[in-house]
Unconditional design. Sequence first.
Length: 477
Amino acid sequence: MSGPQTKPKRRLLLFWLGVSLAALILRLAVLPLSPKYGYYGDHDDYARWGIQAADQGVLTLYDHPPPRWNMQRWQGDRWAVRQRGIDRTLNYPPLSGYLFWITGHVFKAVSGDRLVNTITARAITSSWSIIADFILAWGCAAIVALYKPGWPARWTYALMLFAPPFWLDSVLWGQTDSILLAPAVWMLWAMLRPRWVIAGMLLAVCAAIKPQAVLFLPIWALAIVISRPIRKPVISFLIAVGALLLMTLPFTLHSGWAWLRLSYVDNLLHAYALTTLKAFNIWYLDALLCESLDVRPTWMAIPKDWWGKAFLVIVLVAGFVGLLCRWRHKTSVLIPWTTLVMLAAIMLPTRVHERYILLVLPFLTALTFLRPRYWPGLLAILVVATCQLSWPNWMTHPAGSWERTERRVTRAFEDRIAKVPPQRQANAPTVTEHLRLVREQHVSERAASRRVEWGATILALLATAHICWAIATTRPP
């Protein structure tokens, strides 16, 4: 005879299996849409890096860009095969290079022509992210279970798997953000336990996957300050540094510190000199108001780029001191602190990508299931993140895009006029007249998406204010 606990255990097992299976079916259903509706630029990079690693060896990834490869693209009424005219040397840390090497060999084995942007190519390049989605959701549930075991942890798992930003990012975009966040949430879980050796090893994994791992350094700074004895997190951090150097050693021996320069220095300091890359933060509000994405203009003689850095530093210092004074040595402070760090990092600095909003969602979700006062902020951020991750499907021209359009149209017009015989140039329209017509069309096409951009930006700023207020006024347990 079955015991009295058999039925509850069976229901619990059915819940985990049912949620997991439904989330997998959702991703498999979205996958066939990705070649037509997904973002193709990064997918092309990932597929080509995999091809380069499989054909030339994984250690060549930092030596030169991969060869151009045929890619199919939807042209509105038909598929066209072409090669993308952008070449990028791998700008991710080496552990990502190893993952691309594996997917490259799988792609080579199952696809004869290795045509990019097919369902097969998308499935292969998205496979790591889809697996990471489940590990990420499990890690968030494990954090909640430390303080509220039972249904709060289970619903955390379900929300993480079905929240649109995650499956949009992993499947439709084919991005790798979940691959970074999966070890990150388990790193936080290990710090809360505390299991410092595991936490240090997971920090090394994060740092070897994406350069955004630098955002975890403030988390470790607070963890070191509040821990007793302090030597354990310090030793764990040194273990992380050693493990990172060991994982990257083959690349360092082959091409020196090229991996560090390309993935960390260039990405964090030199790449994408724009105030915002479709992230609905304070700089998107600035772009909506002044229609410029240039980081060089100054406010009170200080460039916008430096204002963004100053805003971030001020909020992090204030948050660090405030939480330290209120929570003292309670390790649970690391959950709101991680949420605040990630939120500040996506809302305040310049050069933030739209996908970076995913960095805050796992920690904010766990915090919300522990403290219900965060629900308004979480729901608002989920809406904003969904808008950001779906912009290729609804946005006509982003705010501030006229500057680039004007330069492109001017160059094309001047090249075309230069080919006109001199005797006919007098009757040709001037560049000013041509730009006026193009500008009118640009403004007309922007009208529909502009309303969504304003709404999403205002909602993001209100949600940020609410979450910061909730963190500042939350009492320690």
